[in-house]
Design a protein around this ligand. Sequence first.
Ligand code: TMP
Length: 210
Amino acid sequence: MKKGLFITVEGIEGAGKSTAIQSVSEALNKTGTEHIITREPGGTPLAEDIRHLLLKPRDEEVSSDTELLLMYACRSQLINTVINPALSRGIHVVSDRFNDASFAYQGGGRDISLDFIKLLDKWVLHDLKPQLTLLLDLPVEIGLTRASKRGNKDRIEQETLVFFEKVRTSYLERAANEPDRFVIIDATEPPQKVRKDILSAIETLIKKYS
Ligand code: TMP
């Protein structure tokens, strides 16, 4: 049986991932193949519990390594119990964030050596790799202003402008290094244009793998 396609959606806070995922879903619905939508950190009952631990604001300082390891603990659970089983059954999987977020946030934002992240990545992902990653890109100030309208900030959302600048730069560097996998979407464009760009990226992907 042909494996499902794995699509991930990335971007800094306020980039519009939720709306983008609706557009991905709309495009996939036209293909007649089943798909599921999941998210990171989270996506399984255990991983959602870890998500809560990760994002809850707390007085205790959270070490960068702890944060990274918890992200990969979530990822391992999601891959083994949700993503891989679905892909093997021919079901497409769309994930709101995946491993690029660890390279961008823990690598770029927290300055953890990319070599350490690559080690974890190899261990936890094995050969799993998204066929398409949509990177919703926009200036940090615009993203954070949009995100601040959503109410209470979680632990990571409370980070500084400089932190998110580093996250954005890391995302863009990864995209530049893997142009075949990444499609950069200009998230400052009007919603209809963003939707059109996403539909077109999914159509291209489906053609490529049909
Ligand atoms: P979300 O609110 O966009 O779902 O993501 C939760 C937060 O987790 C967001 O600030 C990005 C962060 N994150 C990381 O720092 N590293 C990761 O590997 C992932 C998946 C998310």
